[in-house]
Design a protein around this ligand. Structure first.
Ligand code: FEO
Length: 401
């Protein structure tokens, strides 16, 4: 039995969904699973474009059998060698001994690293701009190094304008049976998860994403086929524009994220005072998170989204509260930059958290402090309350100007 769906003439989705998975890369929480997309292009010769994760290998093989209609698979194009797309390489090579694996030099290096000792079928090594004719259709390969691994490449089918984009333009979240983004309420179902996927998985490599976008900017794309999440056939430009914003580290919208760590509620109170004043000043859409409760990947996604960031944290072991330290570590690793920031520290005898956060920010690019940090001594007293309200006013002024 199969779940194959036809996307256009000769093009089939042969991927699958894993809703049982709890953590992507054993790190990122998934509330609604993830899809592993694979495509089969049937022409005079048949090409499969990427395989899937081991969790859905059986579904994938059944889907391939349904789509190939008794014909052998001639080519397996490997756009990306991360294991969530590679569980079928060995099995397809075993089932179709005359198959040709298509990749670049790094692809084949990684195959040998991940599957040491396997006997590989025929290999076709391609470079940027090389083409592969399947008959009526021709694939052109476009290398996209470090989006987000070094071997990554896209392929483009010109007659219909199909871009197979590897992990780029992917999203967390299983598919519901509706494969196309325009068949669902994308903003409600997938947008937050697409942003979380981009910012956490690919976010570090904004420069490389911009280079890849530059390479495809003159190509007419009517079908955008990523390795995770919905396929795009309408409003593709809107999603590409979001990628331009995210990869340039530009805020997607004016707004405030407040992230606090708090052991006994005193630092939390300070964040709440700032948020209430911001609301009084007419700032809407505020997002507040407890860094000990919310997985850091959700915080990173909103940090990519909003223009203004407020961090509040206590001192711990003469340094920064560990959950906040983790957030700052990820912000630096993912090259977060170009944001307006306000800081609130707390400490009972040797407050250090605000200073540490300031140091961490100074190592990032274009992170502008809106005002001097407010430093509490244990709890919010009258003087601290005034300082927090003044800080909130400066944040509001910065937003409203
Ligand atoms: Fe979906 Fe980078 O693997």
């Amino acid at each position: 039995m199969h779940t194959t769906q036809q996307l256009s003439q000769g093009l089939f989705w042969v991927g699958g969904n894993d809703r049982r998975i709890a953590l992507f890369e054993n790190m990122f929480p998934l509330s609604n699973g993830v899809s592993y997309n694979s495509y089969l292009l049937a022409d005079e010769r048949i090409a499969v474009l990427d395989t899937v994760d081991s969790s859905i290998l059986r579904t994938f093989l059944e889907n391939i059998d349904a789509a190939r209609n008794g014909r052998p698979v001639d080519y397996l194009v490997i756009h990306h060698m991360e294991p969530d797309h590679c569980a079928g390489i060995v099995e397809l090579s075993r089932r179709f001994p005359h198959i040709t694996l298509v990749g670049n030099a790094k692809t084949f290096q990684f195959i040998r690293q991940f599957y040491p000792g396997i006997e590989l079928p025929t290999l076709l090594e391609v470079k940027d701009g090389d083409t592969l004719s399947l008959g009526r259709r021709t694939l052109t390969f476009i290398t996209a190094p470090m989006v987000h691994w070094p071997e990554v490449m896209f392929s483009y089918e010109e007659s219909e304008g199909i871009l197979f984009s590897a992990d780029a333009f992917g999203s967390f979240g299983a598919l519901s049976g509706n494969l196309f983004a325009d068949q669902v309420d994308f903003d409600e179902v997938y947008l937050n998860e697409a942003r979380r996927y981009y910012s956490n998985i690919v976010g570090k490599y904004g420069q490389q994403v911009r280079l890849a976008l530059e390479k495809v900017k003159d190509k007419e794309v009517s079908l955008l086929c990523p390795l995770h999440g919905p396929v795009w056939r309408k409003d593709i430009g809107r999603f590409i524009d979001l990628y331009k914003t995210w990869s340039a580290y530009e805020p997607e919208q004016n707004g405030v994220l407040l992230a606090y760590g708090s052991m006994y509620g005193n630092t939390e109170k300070a964040a709440e005072i700032v948020a209430a004043r911001l609301s009084d000043r007419g700032i809407t859409g505020l997002r507040m998170y407890d860094v000990s409760k919310t997985h850091v990947s959700y915080l990173i996604a909103d940090i990519f989204r909003f223009s203004h960031l407020v961090f509040a944290a206590p001192t711990y072991n003469n340094g920064l509260y560990p959950a906040m330290e983790m957030l700052f570590h990820d912000m630096a690793a993912l090259h977060v930059q170009n944001r307006k920031v306000a800081l609130i520290g707390n400490g009972s005898w040797a407050p250090a958290s605000a200073k540490v956060m300031e140091e961490r920010l100074s190592a990032m690019r274009d992170m502008t402090l809106i005002a001097s940090p407010v430093v509490l001594k244990s709890s919010v007293n009258d003087e601290a309350q005034k300082a927090l309200l003044a800080l909130a006013d400066q944040i509001a002024d910065s937003l409203l100007k």
